[in-house]
Design a protein around this ligand. Structure first.
Ligand code: SF4
Length: 439
């Protein structure tokens, strides 16, 4: 009996960790239904492109990727944040088969079914229980919610992804358990606003392993901490209840690492940005966190040159950096995003002033970051080895999230295995990275 060759789908995944999780869900569903994932455009029967629409350069990259897929393959389905931005995709690439917004696995699957009939008999057994992951085997992003209830004036994510919808805590825990069982050593908790987890469902009580557990960040962090993997919290805003997770860090239940996008330090600018927790005294909060957990690494991002930012307000931000001594910091010069309400604010900062402020900011932070890393020389740290190559090994400590933070560089050694933990002695440091040897 002759059998039709399996239907093959190519996949291009762009954007942030939240988009990556959307890609993983679509890939998992495709595999669950018996589709084969093609590693090349030519071998694929159609291509799905998961896009990013956050800033203008991401829009351009996404449109290029769609163009390339159309040229190389011809049958293209577009999903992701750019898909939610009106007609942008169809205007540039009228030949695409379908366009959906982000977290739209069902719509993408419907479009796939329309243009590439479903293979006979789904081989559900072929899909590993933890789903398909695009990250290396030893770490995984765990998305706990979709959307956001805030309306920061520089951001269009809520208009693309909608209001906050928290995943049931039982489902999140089941996924986390399956990941750890499959060998994942580090869980990266992501969402638009991790501190708001459960607000939309009034912190409803769910169940995990027959045990009642509230849908709330602290309870989630404590439960994840029982799984025996590294647990890293991203996108946490400085609300008072965040203080509750710091003892879990001090006790070693979850990583002493907090990704808090402060964005600015001037109360007036934070208000103009409509930032969550904008009226909190962030400096006092940072100090209290460090008292409870002295090993805490704080990661943050900032925007300089926001409309109306005066020299004095910028200097207030530099003063905050000096006082807060944050370990890991990213900074962007403000750039208007199409559709953001901040575009209408008075007093746009001239481009050269923005760039000069960005440079001044980075100079101050590079010194702080280098100082803080230098203090680690002589310490023995646990690291997770990401990669081993000819030249040696690249690992990360508790202070380093993948992709965005620094690295721990190691010489080649038989003691090191990719995807495994190792104990290392820190011997040197620079502005962003550490240099160590295994012990
Ligand atoms: S918290 Fe603000 S910046 Fe973050 S997704 Fe929500 S609106 Fe955008």
């Amino acid at each position: 009996m002759s059998q039709n060759p399996p239907a093959k789908v190519g996949f291009v995944s762009l954007g942030c960790p939240k988009a990556l999780v959307d890609s993983e869900r679509i890939l998992t569903q495709l595999r669950a239904e018996g589709y084969v994932i093609s590693p090349s455009y030519e071998g694929a029967d159609l291509v799905v492109v998961n896009t990013c629409g956050f800033i203008d350069s991401a829009v351009a990259e996404s449109l290029d990727a769609i163009g390339e897929a159309l040229q190389e393959n011809g049958k293209v389905i577009v999903t992701g944040c750019l898909g939610a931005k009106g007609d942008v995709v169809r205007k540039t690439h009228p030949k695409v088969l379908a366009v959906t917004g982000p977290h739209a696995t069902d719509e993408v699957m419907q479009a796939v079914h329309t243009h590439l009939p479903q293979p006979h008999d789904p081989f559900v057994d072929l899909v590993p229980p933890q789903g398909i992951k695009l990250t290396p085997k030893h770490y995984a992003y765990l998305k706990i919610s979709e959307g956001c209830n805030h309306r920061c004036t520089f951001c269009i994510i809520p208009s693309m992804r909608g209001d906050l919808v928290s995943r049931p805590i039982g489902d999140v825990m089941k996924e986390a358990e399956a990941l750890v069982k499959a060998g994942v050593k580090e869980l990266l908790v992501v969402s638009q606003d991790t501190s708001a987890y459960g607000v939309d469902i009034k912190y409803r009580t769910g169940f995990w392993g027959g045990r009642p557990i509230r849908t709330r960040m602290t309870e989630l962090a404590a439960a994840l901490g029982e799984l025996g993997a590294w647990v890293r919290l991203h996108y946490v805003y400085p609300y008072p209840h965040v203080d509750e997770v710091i003892p879990l860090m001090a006790e070693g239940k979850i990583l002493p690492y907090l990704d808090v996008p402060f964005q600015h330090a001037s109360p007036r600018i934070l208000k103009a940005m409509k930032r969550p927790a904008s009226s909190e005294n962030n400096l006092a909060r940072v100090r209290r966190w460090r008292e409870i957990c002295p090993d805490l690494t704080i990661r943050s991002t900032f925007i300089v040159g926001f409309p109306g930012e005066t020299e004095a307000e910028f200097e207030e931000l530099l003063g905050f950096l000096e006082e807060a001594q944050l370990e890991r910091v990213g900074c962007f010069a403000y750039s208007p995003v199409e559709g953001a309400t901040a575009n209408a604010l008075a007093g746009p900062v001239p481009e050269e002033v923005k760039q000069a402020r960005l440079e001044r900011f980075m100079t101050v932070q590079a010194r702080i970051s280098a100082d803080r890393l230098k203090r680690k020389i002589g310490q023995t740290l646990t690291v997770l080895v990401d990669e081993i190559d000819e030249g040696g090994a690249v690992a990360r400590s508790a202070a380093d999230a993948p992709e965005i933070d620094g690295l721990v560089h190691l010489p080649r050694s038989r003691k090191l295995k990719a995807g495994e933990f190792a104990q290392v002695l820190i011997e040197d440091s620079d502005e962003y990275d550490l240099y160590a040897r295994p012990v």
